[in-house]
Each structure stands twice: as C-alpha cells, then as structure tokens.
Design a protein around this ligand. Sequence first.
Ligand code: 5AD
Ligand code: SF4
Length: 548
Amino acid sequence: MAPKRVYLETFGCQMNELDSELVAGQLASLGYSFTTDSDQADIVLYNTCSVRERAEQKVWSRLGALKAEKAGRPGLVVGVLGCMAERDGTDLMKRMPVVDLMCGPAELDKLPALLDNAVRTRASFLADGPASADLRSARVSALQGSASRRSSTLAAAGDDLEMLDLARAVSPTDDDAKRSAYVRITRGCNKFCTYCVVPHTRGAEIHRPPEHIIDECKKLADAGVIEITLLGQTVNHYRFEHGAAVVVDGVTQPQKGRTYKGSHHRDAFAGANTTTFADLLRRIHDEVPAIQRLRFVTSYPRDFGDDVLEVIRDHPRLCRYLHVPAQSGSDRILKMMNRGYTIAEYDEFVARARSILDKPEIGRPLMLSGDVIVGFPTETEEDHQATKDMLVRSRCKNQFIFKYSPRPGTVAYDRIPDDIPDAVKRRRNNELLALQSEISDSISREQIGRRFEVLVEGVSRAEMKKRGADVKPGSGMVGITVGGRDPAAAATLELPDTDETVQLSGRTDTDLIVFFEVPSAKAKRMLGSIVEVEITSADRLALTGRTA
Ligand code: 5AD
Ligand code: SF4
C-alpha cells in the first residue's frame, strides 16, 4: 500500500498534546507520513477533549465540514481519538457517518491496528465499489467503556498502553530539536470530582514505574531537551511500591493508585521501598543533570507533603511554579464538587508552600496558578464572593476560569440540575476575570528590577506580525516547537544575519512570559537556551526586559 499521509489535530489539554506526540511517533515508525494541511491528507485524526462542552463543539463542527469533503474524496479515512471518543462512544459514530474509527485515550496502543483496518476497508471500497463492503458496519473502535476501569486487569496482562510511552520516538539533537517536552508519570484519575469527565474517559489512576520515567527523561535530554514537564491529573499522589511491582514479559508494569483518607503534611505516600513524588523529583534532578528545568502539573491541594516542597527548595533545577486548582472558594460548593478539602485547608497549603519556597530576595519567588469553576449548580452570590476572597488571598499569577459545563456521565450531570442561568455565569466569570487581572498586574509589577533566567522559546508574535509572517491563531511563538504542540501551529521565520533588533519571547522558571530585544544575528543562537534578563517593565500578561 502507498504510504499514507496523516493530518493530526489536537484539542484540549497537555495530556492530549503528549498523547498526540506519542501516536505520531508510533505511526511514523510504521511508515505513515504527516501533513499540516488536511486537504493533502489521506487520514484525518482528531485527538479530542470532553472536559467542557465547547471543546466538543469544535470537533463536531470539524466533522461537519469533513462530510462534504469526504463526498468528493471517498478514500479519506477519518478518526476520532481521545476523551470524546470514549465519552460519546458509538453514539458519535451513529451521529457522524463520516467517522471511520474511534479510539479512547486509554486504548491508543491499539490505534495502528484500527487504522490499518480502516485504511484497508476504504481501499477495497474504492477498488470494488460500494457493493464490496458495508462501510458503516466495517467501522472500527477501541473504547474501554466506563464500566471496565482498565487497570483492574493490569496484574494479569501486560499494559500495552505503557508500551506506547516506552516506545517514544525521540529525534536526535539538531538546531530545530525541541527543547521542552512532556513526560507522563501517572495516567487516569481516582478523585471523581462530581463535575469532571476525566475519571470516566481516562480510567483509573495508575502510576508508571520510576525507571521508565527516568529513562524517558534521559532519552529526551540526549536529544537536546532541557525542560521537562511531568504530567498527571494529581501528580502529588504519585507513589510506586517496588515490593509490589509486577513484571510481564520483562516489562515492569504500572501500579494502581490508592485512595488515602485524611490530610497529610508529610510523607503521606512514603513507606519502605517506595518511590514517592518527592523521591521521583529528586531522582530525576540528580540522575538527569542535563535537564535545566523540571516542572509538573497538576497538583491536588490535598496530600501535598512538605517533603515535596523541601525537594523543590533544595534543588535549583526544580521550578518554583505550582499549578494547584482550588476550583471554588466556598466550602459548601467544594463539598458538592467532592473535592475533599475545605478552603481553610487550601489556604493552609498556600501559606505552607510560600513559607518554604518563596524567596524573592534571591530572585526566586514562588508562583502559583489555579483553576476555578464559576456557576457550579446552586452557587449563590455568597459562594461567589467566597471565590473572590480566595482569589485575593491565594494571589496566583494567573487563574484559568471556566463556566460550569454539565458533562453527561458525571455525578453532577445526573444529580444536580445546572440551575445557574448563563447570564449569571457570564457575569460572575467576568467579575473573576477582572479581579484576577488586577492581581496578575500587581504581581507582574513586583518583578520589575529583578533578574530572571529565561528559557528562550522563539520570536514573539508581535515580531512575527511585523515581519509579515503567517501567524496562526494560538501560536504564541515560532522558531522552535515547545512542548508537544501541534506542528501546524508553529511557523518558521528566517532571521537575517544583521544588527537589526528582533523581539524574542521566553519564560522564567516560575512560568512568567518575558519579551526582550536582541540583534537578529544573536537571536538565532539564543533560541532554546537560557539567558539572563532584567525586567524593565510589566503588564498583567507579560514582562519586558533586556539581556543582563
Ligand atoms: N465544567 C467547567 N470546567 C470544568 N473543568 C473540569 N470539568 C469541568 C466542567 N464540567 C475545569 C476544572 C479543571 C480544568 C482542567 O477544567 O477547573 O481543573
Ligand atoms: Fe477531574 Fe477532579 Fe480528577 Fe482533576 S482531580 S481530573 S478535576 S476528577
């Protein structure tokens, strides 16, 4: 069969970006090639997100547009991957005949077989005409089904999904190599917050063996990566018991997460012969010295031990940046969300993190960020005020604020009517945005005069526009690809070898965005490296400075 060109588009979170990267690597090793132009593709894959309805709507409209496209190109194979495939199940296929295959996020190891199957079916359809196959019934899917939480069978069978991470294709060092990468440490989630679809789509929480994680970090470092972001829904719950490790076909298997009751400050997850999250951070820091920056998302506000904070304090290449979503400032709402902590406990965590980590006097302030859901069912003005108070007290550098979106399959969807009118959600959303904007602005201004080490990510968007380059929506910078971002989002710009200045964009270890100008001839060499920048001005979104 002729080599097939794949167009892969990613929606949603960082976990999806990583999944897409792994899927792309796996398909490339099997001879598929990639295109950033869906019109040129033989196969269109959407890696989807279900966390909010709006993310799903985008995919519905993409699929709608493909319908006409496919009428003219009957050989086109269309696949829906990720959380939407898992959540909508075969309903999605019924509603959208354009879809040939579906693959849930916990089944991505099966994608090559599914794709091969779908491509062959399409090919025989083209060769023999419509009579050859009932294409509708030939459609294929791999979904775990929310009833079977995959890891229940882990001890018995090898976890093939682990093989997908283990087989990660990493390209050797070259000028365009990625300097920043994601590494998964846990999959799935056991928290069952009542609004959240993730435990239903990504399955039970499992923890990857530390050796696999460290080997992956080493492999990435050898390929030129200098910044790694560890990924998990609740990274601070990471724990691997070596005594209980199961080996199948020579491969150490991931382990199921446990549920802990009560709140722990220290060593909540320790035990003899156990690798805790703090141990894991220390090991990566010490065993992979080429990684200049190690960060992690997302942390859960409960069970965050001092041990983790102390490891960050004592290891310079661990970033002083924590993404710790509170979700609401009201105890009553937190309880309905099943978050398992009170706002006093959240405040206590923030105070503890600051007392251990915040060292602005040595140019290393701690930065926090969070998520908030506004308009959760029954939310009163009083609850809303409590969230505003929380925003002021926690003083995060930024907050991702989301209007509550009822998700079929979740407890809240089934049991708690979505009773806050959209106009009220919108007003509260705007109030929180305005308040956070003031807070972000004042935090930014405090950075003026400080010096930061900045990882240079690329030419700024403004500079790109000035030079008439094609800037796609959502692509903040160019020059190097950061993280597992969609290759389609990155454009390239030729920098002349002259003295004219170019504005570059980068980030501090505390995740603040920094712009600074340098001569064009120097700019190229700086991409992907860490340079010292002194901050000269600031607004709520970004800092501006000059190289020190
Ligand atoms: N509605 C709105 N926001 C949600 N999130 C998760 N589920 C929902 C939902 N049903 C938000 C939470 C989470 C972030 C990734 O998305 O704030 O932390
Ligand atoms: Fe969803 Fe809660 Fe798990 Fe986060 S911790 S993924 S919000 S269930």
